[in-house]
Design a protein around this ligand. Sequence first.
Ligand SMILES: Nc1ncnc2c1ncn2[C@@H]1O[C@H](COP(=O)(O)OP(=O)(O)OP(=O)(O)O)[C@@H](O)[C@H]1O
Ligand SMILES: [Mg+2]
Length: 212
Amino acid sequence: MYVLVLASQKGGAGKTTISRHLAVEAERAGDGPVVLIDADPQGGLASWWNRRQAEAPVFFASRLDDLPAHIEQARAGGFKLVIIDTPPQATGLIRAVVERADLVLIPTRPSPDDLDAVGRTIDIAEEAQKPMVFIINGATKNARITGQAAIALSQSGTVATATIHHSVSFPTSGIDGRTVGELDPSSNSAKEIAELWTYVSTRLRKCVMTTP
Ligand SMILES: Nc1ncnc2c1ncn2[C@@H]1O[C@H](COP(=O)(O)OP(=O)(O)OP(=O)(O)O)[C@@H](O)[C@H]1O
Ligand SMILES: [Mg+2]
């Protein structure tokens, strides 16, 4: 079983959006069953899941104290993947959750403010000696700043080859607890999420194989 943690100290980078999209996409791709864990006391993921009709992915809202038991429960239950959403800013909590990760995903908007802030999240992953991947989220098509952001991030680590562009379908699909792929499987956003999962799942297998 793999444990993926979404982390960014910066608010609004896309942690919750990408958590739920990767969870649903992993199930669709046959890489489940998946447990989605909301470790953010704001409970954004929980609200989305409560609006959702489909049963998968399975959902837990976890306080830090419950997290180890919930991960063990998932392992014992035969789940293949756990995806954990974390809050912004709460350094201590983020650090404790990152300790549980096989791979840390760091979503970042392609803006100077976000790039300036990403160092604090990198520090957390590096202190925990966890592999990390940056995901550029909310990009505008053909904007030069997207390429510039990718270059800047690549100085500090690996950048996912799939970029997630801005699309109103991300919030719209959440109205009834769905994802962009469930709303319109042929949309560009759905394809981006599918590409992102292909990339992340490959990295995850490599990370776990190389971790002693
Ligand atoms: N690619 C995208 N295109 C359009 N809207 C997006 C995209 N990604 C995220 N959003 C929207 O941006 C807002 C912030 O996203 P999200 O809640 O996923 O960020 P977050 O990192 O979890 O924020 P927080 O730090 O507050 O937990 C949400 O309203 C979400 O619908
Ligand atoms: Mg969030």
